[in-house]
Ligand binder design. Structure first.
Ligand code: GDP
Length: 478
């Protein structure tokens, strides 16, 4: 809705009568309460020699599609962000571990002891950021959520094995994402290794080697023995330089979530990759559908820091809830704005989830049962760690009771929150908590809304309980 004549006149310091008169002269009849369109506002501003600018309410800032305009003179080179992909057992984890271990000794203390989902190393004074979750699943999940954070993909192919199904998939995903690719032919230390044959095989996937006139660098390595790793890293820096990656450290930070988890002592913890700007401790921040103030800022060496620039992975605390991998984050000027935007986004998320489920009333349930229709049991899963949430979800989805269907409508890491209760209430779902429990406020809310919360520590017990309930549900005593 546009601004009214009354509001506009106050803003520009004119009487409403004057504003009405101006519009009348221009051929439009309005009253003091009429709302004006942008064009009319502009005409009035012109009449009084004012410059008018429409202010978009912060709650409408859709930072998923944020188009960033940085002054070119503020842009400086930033480190590249690398994802390692390839077939299972071809050595992705070994490579990530080797780089982490061998590089951090270089004059740094502590070492990268903790896994925060990403780490940064230095190669001849140039930084490189590695995402620590190898494989194309995570890469593609992020991309599907619009979080295109990878600048360069390293495809690992074992020299004693060659192109395998996941190698093809990885290449497809990397090509689809249009990111530069480097091929690392691994395990060249093995007796049966035949790098030349591998090069031929991989080139057939559309990755023409540089030495054959193409534009894809191939490097022979042994992740286990540490052979060729320096060359691989130098190749990364060369490819990164060609890509001319830049960012503006002067702006407020935004970026993506790499990992979210609930820490027993510290509460919600998120690993963020800063894509642009500088993140500082104390910054008001919105992350996905949650918000807060950056309390602790910790780097990949576990050191507490005050600020971090573009392409740096950091772990933060101070959020209200646990965000999901691929969520976007953005810093706001004030905590009020952050809270406002965060709450709007949480509300929107609930609505979206609500719309994506088919809520069912008890009456519907009865008639469905009578008519022999399939009964839906909606479930929300909250767990303390990602692995558990996924395991619970997949066990539940396997439950097979005739005439009933289990829908896991939300499965996330974190304490049971009010937003879970709202969703459960809206979609007649039961909440299952795994090693997490609701606090007193949330319990009260659940009582108010008539939402059932069940707490478990063992997956099969939960499955048994649901199966029993479903059978009971499906065979009412008449
Ligand atoms: P991922 O599934 O791609 O992460 O593969 P891993 O890193 O777990 O490696 C699978 C197996 O290959 C492990 O037993 C590694 O020790 C072994 N491996 C990895 N790189 C090399 C290498 O360069 N040479 C040899 N001989 N073995 C390797």
């Amino acid at each position: 809705e546009g601004i009214t004549v009354d509001e506009l006149s106050q803003k520009i310091g004119q009487t409403p009568a004057n504003v009405i008169k101006v519009l009348f002269m221009l051929g439009t009849m309005v009253t003091i309460n009429s709302s004006l369109n942008d064009e009319q506002v502009e005409l009035i501003c012109m009449e009084y020699g004012l410059e008018c600018k429409k202010v978009v309410p912060v709650s409408e800032v859709n930072f998923e599609d944020l188009e960033v305009v940085d002054d070119p003179k503020d842009l400086v080179p930033r480190p590249p962000v690398i994802t390692i992909m390839g077939h299972v057992d071809h050595g992705k984890t070994t490579l990530l571990d080797h780089i982490r271990k061998s590089r951090v000794a270089e004059g740094e203390f502590g070492g990268i002891t903790q896994h925060i989902g990403a780490y940064q190393v230095s190669v001849k004074g140039k930084k490189i950021t590695f995402l620590d979750t190898p494989g194309h699943e995570a890469f593609t999940a992020m991309r599907a959520r619009g979080a295109m954070i990878t600048d360069i993909v390293i495809i690992v192919v074992a020299a004693d094995d060659g192109v395998m199904p996941q190698t093809r998939e990885a290449v497809d995903h990397a090509l689809a994402a249009n990111v530069p690719i480097i091929v690392a032919i691994n395990k060249i230390d093995k007796p049966g290794a035949d790098p030349q044959r591998i090069m031929t095989e991989v080139s057939e996937l559309g990755l023409m080697p540089e030495e054959w006139g193409g534009d894809v660098p191939y490097v022979n390595i042994s992740a286990k023995k540490g052979i060729g790793i320096d060359e691989l890293l130098e190749t990364v820096t060369v490819v990164a330089e060609l890509a001319e990656l830049k960012a503006n450290p002067k702006r407020m930070a935004y970026g993506s979530v790499i990992e979210g988890r609930l820490d027993k002592g510290r509460g919600p913890v998120a690993t963020l990759l800063i894509q642009n700007g500088t993140l500082r401790s104390g910054n008001p921040i919105v992350v996905g559908a949650t918000y807060g103030r950056v309390r602790q800022l910790v780097d990949d060496r576990g050191r507490e820091i005050k600020s971090a620039g573009p392409a740096t992975p950091v772990e933060i605390t101070g959020l209200n809830d646990v965000p999901e991998a691929g969520d976007k984050f953005m810093v706001f000027e004030t905590e009020r704005e952050a809270r406002h935007v965060g709450e709007e986004r949480a509300q929107k998320k609930i609505e979206e989830e609500r719309n994506s489920t088919s809520a069912m009333s008890l009456d519907d349930l009865f008639s469905q049962m009578k008519s022999g229709e399939v009964v839906d049991l909606n479930i929300i899963v909250k767990a303390d760690v990602n692995g558990t949430a996924e395991a619970v979800k997949s066990s539940l989805e396997k439950i097979d009771v005739e005439g009933a269907r289990v829908n896991v409508i939300r499965s996330t890491v974190g304490a049971i929150s009010e937003s879970d209760i709202l969703l459960a209430s809206a979609s007649k779902a039961i909440i299952y908590g795994f090693n997490v429990r609701p606090d007193a406020n949330v319990r009260r809310k659940a009582d108010e809304e008539g939402v059932e919360i069940r707490l478990h520590q063992v997956i099969y017990k939960m499955v048994e309980e649901i199966e029993a309930a479903m059978k009971g549900m499906l065979a009412p005593e008449m």
